[in-house]
Design a protein around this ligand. Structure first.
Ligand code: 4NP
Length: 175
């Protein structure tokens, strides 16, 4: 999958869900770990936000932190933030966790270039077909198992995204 061009030396990615306490903090921790393993952590910066403001300043949900811990990731330092339109100036790629987040972000995008930078995280999962759901389901009212399922989905998408970044940044180096 082709990635939007970077506008600086560092490729900047924001992961966006509704509350920024469950899915996007998990995605941030997973993507950071995967980039580290790929030797790309110096070239790609990752953060996360929510479209809503309810949880701003709070740590990640205890169930998200526990799910991360079970797989060896660390989400303890997270504090929730709200996505704002100005974030489009400072990020190269804005990844929505579900379709509602995608619609909110598209409505906020101030320019066609900004809208072009908004994608679904799951669009990078190479095992997802057109017939599959492209959302990471909201686990907030769910069980611990729903958080684990969310992490399964996030890990597959993060692998595809890291492959796309490796290719994109390698192609940049060559050019
Ligand atoms: P998240 O989950 O979007 O994955 O962080 C939610 C967190 C909070 C709420 C909904 C979803 N909420 O309604 O407060």
């Amino acid at each position: 999958m082709t990635l939007p061009e970077s506008r600086g030396d560092t490729y900047r990615i924001s992961l966006v869900c509704l509350g920024n306490i469950c899915r996007s903090p998990m995605a941030e921790a997973v993507l950071r770990a995967r980039l580290d393993e790929a030797g790309l952590s110096g070239r790609v910066a990752v953060d996360s936000a929510g479209t809503g403001s309810w949880h701003v300043g709070e740590p990640a949900d205890p169930r998200a932190r526990a799910a991360l811990r079970r797989r060896g990731y660390d989400g303890e330092a997270h504090r929730a933030r709200q996505f704002g339109a100005s974030w489009f100036d400072s990020h190269d790629l804005v990844l929505a966790l579900d379709h509602a987040n995608l619609a909110t972000l598209m409505a906020m995008a101030p320019t066609p270039d900004a809208a072009h930078r908004v994608r679904l995280l799951r669009s990078f999962d190479e095992s997802v077909t057109d017939r599959d759901d492209h959302a990471v389901p909201d686990p907030y009212y769910g069980t611990d198992a729903d958080f684990d399922t969310g992490l399964d989905i996030i890990e597959r998408a993060a692998d595809g995204l890291v492959d796309a970044l490796r290719w994109h940044l390698g192609a940049d180096q060559a050019g």
